[in-house]
Ligand binder design. Sequence first.
Ligand SMILES: [Zn+2]
Length: 197
Amino acid sequence: MMESDPKPAPEEVLVLNHNYQPLNITSARRAILLMCAGKAHPLEIDSRTFHAERIEIRMPTVVRLDYYVRRPVPILRPNRKSIFARDRYSCQYCGTTSGALTLDHIIPRDKGGSSEWENLVCCCTKCNNLKGNRSPEEAGLKLRKFPRRPKYIPYINYTRFLHAVRNPAWLPYLEPYGDGSQKSPERVVYYSSLQPA
Ligand SMILES: [Zn+2]
């Protein structure tokens, strides 16, 4: 199965809670309805305008709710979808983003490897076949970066959140909640050297 990064949708608006926490991504139409109902104010607008009856509204790109929405903290489990999103749909051994991708247990399950964030990576089928039922060290493979549990679990769907960070208008509002990967260069490390002795 081919999987790739979802493409950006235009006309989307980032909705922040009253405390500035990213809450949702919605359509421009819904965001304008929130503004007209006095439930939200724009924080960022772009050059486009939206005409409704006799009024002209500048198109919002980020709005903030005028009231606080209380929501339970979502639970994000490591699964195929969330691991692929964390690893930006790229093989964590060779870096390819094309071809079939699969989920790799770094330390194989039957050798005691867990199904946690730290032991799962996105992997191309070529590297997966090469690795077989071995650790990366045994197979002579290097991980491109140390796999971690995401620091922040967003209210926005995790895959969409990681994608949304690439929108320059949204980045300042999302960055405090991101994993910092858009800033720090990729480190090349041997997984084995990071394992506790
Ligand atoms: Zn690969």
